[in-house]
Design a protein around this ligand. Sequence first.
Ligand code: SAH
Ligand code: SF4
Ligand code: F3S
Length: 440
Amino acid sequence: MKYLTITYGCQMNLHESEKAAGILEGMGYTPTDAAEDADLIIFNTCCIRDTAEKRAFGNIGALKPLKKQKKDLIIAVMGCMTEQKGYDEIFRKKYPYVDIVLGTNNLDKLESFIRIRREKGRKSYENVSCDNPINDDLPVTRTSYPNAWVNIMYGCNNFCSYCIVPYVRGRERSRNPEDIVSEVRALVESGYKEITLLGQNVNSYGHDLKDKSVDFAYILEEIAGIEGKFRIRFMTSHPKDLNAEVVDVIAKYPNICNNIHLPVQAGSNDVLRKMNRRYTRERYFSLIDMIRSKIPDCGITTDIMVGFPEETEEDFSQTLSLVEKVRFSNAFTFVYSMRKGTKAVEMQQVDFRTKQRRIKELIALQNRITKEISLTYIGGVYEILVEDVSAKHDGCVCGRTDSGRLVTFKGGADLIGQFVKVKITQSRSASLFGELTEQG
Ligand code: SAH
Ligand code: SF4
Ligand code: F3S
C-alpha cells in the first residue's frame, strides 16, 4: 500500500507531514510521488493567506475523478486550514469524498481514523485540536536530510491583528528542554548535519515552563554543546522578544549559524501598532545595530507585508526606507490577505491596485539590495553544507553558507551531507555560484 503527502505552508507543516509519514510507514505504507498509485493521499494544508487555501481546495477538488475510479482511495486533510470553525462542515458538504479531516494537534488519531475507514468504511472528522497537550511520541520519517526539523514549541500567543496562526495553532506550549536535547543528540548521532529549531516565536520559548531559568538562550546553548560537527538554525524570531542574551549565545558558538530571520512586517510605527506587533521602527533599528555589532557578518532576513488596512503612501514609504536602511540579505514579501476572525478584517481595506503597485515597488527595491549583497560574496571562500543536487543545473549540487545564502557548484550526489569549502565566482540575484576548493 502506498501513500502520498502533499504539503503547503511553513516548515512546521513540512515537519508535521514527516510525522504523518512516520505513522503511515509504521502501518506498512510506502511512499509514492504519483497520486494514481496512491492508496492514501494526505493534504497538509495552510491558511496563512487566501491564496494558500484556494490552492489546497483546488487540488483537493481535482482528486474527485480519481476517487470515482478508485473507491478504496483514502483522502485525508490535515493542517491549519482544517482548524478553522466550520471547516468540517465545508468538507462534509462540498468535498464528501474526503474521508478524514484532522486538526493540527491530533495526528495521534491518524492511525485509528485510517483503520476505521478501512475496516468499517466510516469517515472521521476531528478538526479542532490546536490546544490539546503536546504529543511528542510520534514516529518521524524525515525527508530533508542533511537537515532535521525539531519543534521546540507549538502555538502562538501574539495575536498580530492580521494573523490566523494563533487561532489555528492554539496557545504557546514549550517542549521540555530534556526532550529537545535528547532528540537533537540522537539526530546528530545518526548523521544529521543541520538542526533547525522550530517555533512561531522561538524567543518566547520556556515562558510557559515551570523552571524559569529555561529560555531560548538556555536551550540554544544546551544544543550548541552537543558533540559532533553540525549546524544549528532556528525560526522564527519576534523583534519584540529577541534579546542580547540570545545574540551573545549565537556569537559565542560557531555551530549556531550567523543567520537570523527577523520579520519586521512594516516600517511605519502607526502600522506596527495597528498590527499589534509591540515594537517600533526605532526598536527594530536598535536590534539590527545590536546584532551587527556582536555578529558583523550575520545574514538577516525578514518578512514584510504591504497593503495592511489603512496603510497610507507615507506608511508605505516608511517601509521602503526601513528596507533601504537595514539592507536585509533577503526578504519574503507578501500582500496583506484578509483572514476571517482576525481584527484587521474590520479595518478599512486598501484597494487591490494600490497593493499591487506597492508590492512591485518593494520587490524591486529588495531585489536590488539582494543583488548588491550577493556581489560582496564573489571571490570569498565559504563553508557550505551540501543539501541536494541542483534541480536547475545539471551536474551540480547546492547548499548554504553559514549566513543562509544558497550556493550552487559542480559536484555529485555523494557530496550531500558534507561540509565543503567553495569559492564564489558568480552571482545571480539571490543565488551564488562557485567552485569546490576543499572537500570535507
Ligand atoms: N510567526 C512568524 C510568522 C508566521 S506567518 C512571525 O511572527 O514572524 C509568516 C509570514 O506570513 C508572516 O511573517 C507575515 O509576513 C505573513 N502573513 C501572516 N498573515 C498574513 C496575512 N493575513 N496576509 C499576508 N501575509 C501574512
Ligand atoms: Fe502570526 Fe504574529 Fe504569531 Fe507570527 S507572532 S504567528 S505573525 S500572530
Ligand atoms: Fe500556514 Fe499554518 Fe504554517 S497557517 S504558515 S502552515 S503555521
